[in-house]
Ligand binder design. Structure first.
Ligand code: MLC
Ligand code: AMP
Length: 507
């Protein structure tokens, strides 16, 4: 029976003995071995009673087994919900509850804290650690290495990825099989990937970039990946000689450039470097070219849409731009107030439509209606313009968002925690430039009359509530917050005031 995502990305490699994953310890996994692993896992999911359309929430370290769990979900028709390993139990509880996940897979170290949460929400729990061990693999070991693929259509959900909102709670972006498959095929073609490619993969696999862009593209062409647990410059530099291509967030490239071992000679054989998830400074692009002779290819995407635009593989890769719309993607710039299309050269809201654009937010029809127009255009929240040659420039964001090392941080979420602390009257969180992370969050706190907020205690409270990458790198007590005539905090003024806070700071 048909299951487009599984048929095209996974089943197509049935029986192939070529390497799919080169591992950090020097080992390797062939396509056939990987598919056997995922089929065993699909049998575990079916035995656990997961039906097509059920959600599986996975907060697990990066490993071949974790990736095989994604493949297993595709084969069993289960909706895969990957979660950042940095999330706190408080954050996880919301995702498990909101998604109605039937099975939670977590690191054994998280099991004690998560078991009561899962039980309270009627979800089963299994474990999977960084070495691929745990109760999930214990159950898989005795399962058959074949599984009868569950029929799905392109319109069925394959993934549920949570993305925070400027206001309110995180929203689950519903990604269909068609969304993922169409984008993978488009990107493989646009970037000229084939079965001889070896992609250096140092991204996390709980986000669009590492899971759907990097992994799905390599699966689409049957190439191999050097599958590293995280971005570690030593390991990346050691393994680059075996790679033909690499994908990363801008911080990967600035960190490599800061390392003297990263030379033109080291990467002379490479075919392609891709950057995305956050703005790549034109200066980084130029430094990279000066050091290596390679022009980084920058592209633009988001959780809700997969990839929208890309600089050309052949043709001019223009620093400071995200290139042109991918085939089948309609992109327009609109007036943020009226939604009317604006002419070329004018700055406005970026809206996109295409087979890549998600189906809506999970169980949030109102939020979906606010951002997804009836004619299929998605209002991205990114501000940009299209230049005379058709290249898209992202010039800012209308959404209140900080992107730190390629990870999204929503100020509102932090402000809610800060505001709840003793002695705090109000707070504002803004993003400021950071040499290593691109941007980082700074928290500005106004004390209640006669109070002296205890910064150490506030930091402790933030640690308990929010994942580490969301923590403001600096908390400052200020007299008051600048406001406009409407009483709204002027974040632009704050961003300008603190823009040099981290200038010249190392990492
Ligand atoms: C880790 N930390 C971060 C952080 N990552 N803090 C802020 N921002 C981040 N991105 C924390 C660590 O827990 C640590 O805390 C401290 O900061 C310093 O850690 P580090 O050793 O410098 O971090 P490292 O582990 O090296 O991670 C940095 C990173 C990583 C940039 C390599 O964050 C990363 O791989 N980012 C990629 C994210 C990504 O894949 N985004 C794609 C989203 S999809 P402590 O307390 O130990 O000091 C998307 C769509 C699209 O956006 O278009 O692609
Ligand atoms: P996420 O919600 O994690 O998928 O983040 C998506 C957001 O990252 C987009 O809406 C953009 O604001 C930003 N983004 C992704 N790629 C780029 C890029 N190449 N340049 C600038 N911003 C980017």
């Amino acid at each position: 029976m048909a299951n487009p995502l599984h048929d095209r990305l996974f089943a197509a490699h049935e029986g192939r003995t070529e390497t799919f994953l080169h591992l950090a310890d020097g080992g390797a996994l062939s396509y056939a071995e990987f598919l056997a692993l995922s089929a065993r896992l699909a049998n575990v999911l079916a035995a656990a009673g997961l039906a097509p359309g059920d959600r599986l929430a996975a907060q697990v370290p990066k490993s071949p087994e974790a990736l095989a769990l994604y493949a297993a979900c595709a084969q069993a028709g289960v909706v895969f919900l990957p979660l950042n390993t940095a999330y706190t139990v408080e954050e996880l509880s919301y995702f498990i509850e909101n998604s109605g996940a039937r099975l939670v897979v977590c690191d054994p170290g998280q099991q004690a804290a998560l078991a009561p949460v899962a039980a309270g929400l009627g979800a089963q729990i299994e474990t999977l650690d960084a070495r691929g061990a745990g109760s999930l693999m214990d159950a898989a070991r005795d399962m058959p290495a074949a599984f009868e693929t569950v029929a799905r259509s392109e319109d069925d959900l394959a993934g549920l990825l949570y993305t925070s909102g400027t206001t309110g709670r995180s929203k689950g972006a519903m990604l269909t099989q068609g969304n993922l498959l169409s984008n993978a095929l488009t990107l493989a073609e646009a970037w000229r990937f084939d079965a001889d490619d070896v992609l250096l993969h140092a991204l996390p696999i709980f986000h669009t970039h590492g899971l759907f862009v990097a992994t799905n593209v390599m699966l689409a062409v049957g190439g191999a990946m050097i599958f590293l647990p995280k971005f570690d410059p030593d390991a990346v530099i050691a393994r680059l000689p075996e790679a033909t291509a690499m994908m990363g967030v801008p911080t990967f490239y600035t960190r490599l450039l800061d390392d003297q071992r990263f030379s033109g000679e080291l990467v002379a054989h490479m075919r392609l470097f891709v950057s995305g998830s956050a703005p790549l400074l034109a200066e980084t692009h130029r430094r990279f070219e000066a050091r290596t002779g390679h022009r980084i290819l920058e592209r633009y995407g988001m959780t809700e849409t997969n990839m929208n635009t890309s600089n050309p593989y052949e043709g001019e890769r223009r620093p400071g731009t995200v290139g042109v719309p991918l085939p089948d993607v309609d992109l327009k710039i609109t007036d943020p107030e009226t939604g009317a299309a604006l002419p070329r050269g004018e700055i406005g809201m970026i809206e996109v439509r295409g087979p890549n654009v998600f189906k809506g937010y999970w169980r949030m029809p109102d939020k979906t209606a606010e951002e997804l127009r009836p004619d299929g255009f998605f209002i991205t929240g990114d501000l940009g313009m299209i230049d005379a040659d058709g290249y898209v420039h992202i010039v800012g964001r209308s959404k209140d968002l900080v992107i730190s090392g390629g990870l999204n941080v929503y100020p509102k979420e932090i402000e809610l925690v800060l505001d709840a602390q003793p002695g705090v009257l109000e707070s504002a969180v803004v993003g400021v430039p950071h040499p290593d992370l691109g941007e980082t969050a700074v928290g500005l706190i106004v004390a209640e009359p006669d109070a002296r907020p205890d910064i150490a205690a506030i930091e402790e409270a933030v640690r308990g509530a929010l994942a580490r990458f969301k923590h403001p790198r600096k908390l400052l007590v200020v007299e008051s917050l600048p406001r406009n005539a409407m009483g709204k905090v002027q974040k632009n003024a704050l961003r300008a005031r603190y823009r040099d806070l981290f200038a010249g700071v190392e990492g």
